[in-house]
Ligand binder design. Structure first.
Ligand code: KG4
Ligand code: ZN
Length: 341
């Protein structure tokens, strides 16, 4: 019998609820928070307050769009972490309350597992098939940068990860240094399309193995611009498109160097991209070019599942439900990335 799962995501600044039947998506509702724009980054206290306002109408809308009554839900999956504690608390408390009221199992989901499983969300109108196992997943978001070897829906090995900032932060902080709004990733992406990616060169970080580092290069951008601005105060406005194109291509080069190494070391030729930064058009194009050249089978997530969404959480909940991985009502959110499936 098919199972119906309600998924809830509230780890950062998007409140989202989704209904899946097995892995088939019936609805996916998102409420984004514009309130943070004025502050140049997500303000945790404002985020949790907005989640509190959004969660009830977002869940009600997800049920309505899926044409599912709440009594028909078999289990409730929610993001336990990592993320902002105050934000996670809203989703966790709501999920617990509903599980108790409906007497249904509660399933905690690791946000990162959700991003990987965004490739397993089936759409009613059809779409690409999910990757076979094993595959490599380059998980790139505002909080994380990892190369994962994915053995099964819930079993991964971390081959490499950032030792400091995530690549999404490098996009956003680079944008901030250039005087652009938050979140800067999509704005850099837009300007980069008009710019020359070879106009300026930045030094690459030297990090051993498959790990990443993005904090030192941000400082190098800061010093580069400080020097140029002392000669020409209009340097950034005059060269904005080229600067964005070069910064973006620099970040993509760093990401791809290690991913290519990981594919060579593991001899795995199935490669997937996930997380907020996987919406980047330059990264997607570069992945397609590398895949064509290296004979990889490539899996790019649909744009609507790159950003934080509850569809991926509901699908992760489905796989955990099948394995009987149920949480207790004592479960508490975890703000940091930890090894929990
Ligand atoms: O996965 P996500 O929505 O939230 C986290 O779990 O962190 O990722 C958000 C990040 C932000 O840093 C944002 O700037 C970045 O994804 N991002 C992009 C693009 N769209 C979103 N970065 C580069 N290019 C884009 N088109
Ligand atoms: Zn995310």
């Amino acid at each position: 019998m098919a199972v119906t799962i309600l998924g809830i995501e509230s780890s950062c600044d998007d409140t989202s609820a989704a209904i899946v039947r097995d892995t088939l998506l019936l609805s996916n509702v998102m409420a984004s928070q514009d309130v943070h724009k004025a502050y140049g980054g997500v303000v945790p206290e404002l985020a949790s307050r907005a989640h509190q306002q959004n969660i009830v109408p977002v869940v009600a809308r997800a049920l309505q769009l899926a044409n599912v009554r709440k009594e028909e839900i078999d289990a409730i999956a929610f993001t336990r972490g990592p993320g902002l504690l105050g934000s996670l608390l809203v989703g966790t408390s709501f999920a617990k309350g509903l599980a108790l009221a409906l007497d249904r199992p509660l399933i905690e989901v690791n946000h990162l597992t959700g991003h990987v499983l965004s490739h397993f969300v089936r759409l009613p109108q059809g779409g690409p098939s999910p990757p076979d196992f094993p595959f490599l997943c380059l998980l790139v978001s505002g909080g994380h940068t990892q190369i994962l070897q994915v053995h099964s829906p819930l079993h991964y090995a971390v081959l490499g990860q950032t030792i400091d900032d995530a690549v999404g932060e490098a996009f956003d902080k680079g944008a901030k240094i250039m005087g652009l709004e938050y979140p800067g990733g999509p704005i850099i992406d837009k300007y980069a399309q008009e710019g020359d990616a070879k106009a300026f060169r930045f030094a690459k970080p030297r990090i051993a193995g498959l790990d990443y580092s993005f904090s030192g290069i941000k400082t190098s951008l800061l010093y580069f611009l400080r020097d140029r601005l002392s000669d020409d105060p209009d340097f950034i406005t005059q060269h904005l498109a080229d600067l964005c194109a070069c910064w973006q291509s620099h970040l993509i080069d760093i990401l791809l160097d290690k991913l290519i190494k990981a594919a060579a070391q593991t001899r795995i030729r199935r490669v997937a991209l996930a997380g907020g930064v996987s919406a980047n058009s330059g990264l997607r194009a570069r992945m397609q070019a590398e895949a064509a050249q290296r004979g990889w089978e490539l899996f790019l997530p649909p744009i609507r599942f790159t950003t934080d969404n509850a569809a991926m959480i509901a699908v992760a909940g489905f796989y955990k439900y099948k394995e009987g991985l149920i949480s207790t009502l004592e479960v508490a959110p975890l703000s940091r990335a930890r090894e929990f499936a």
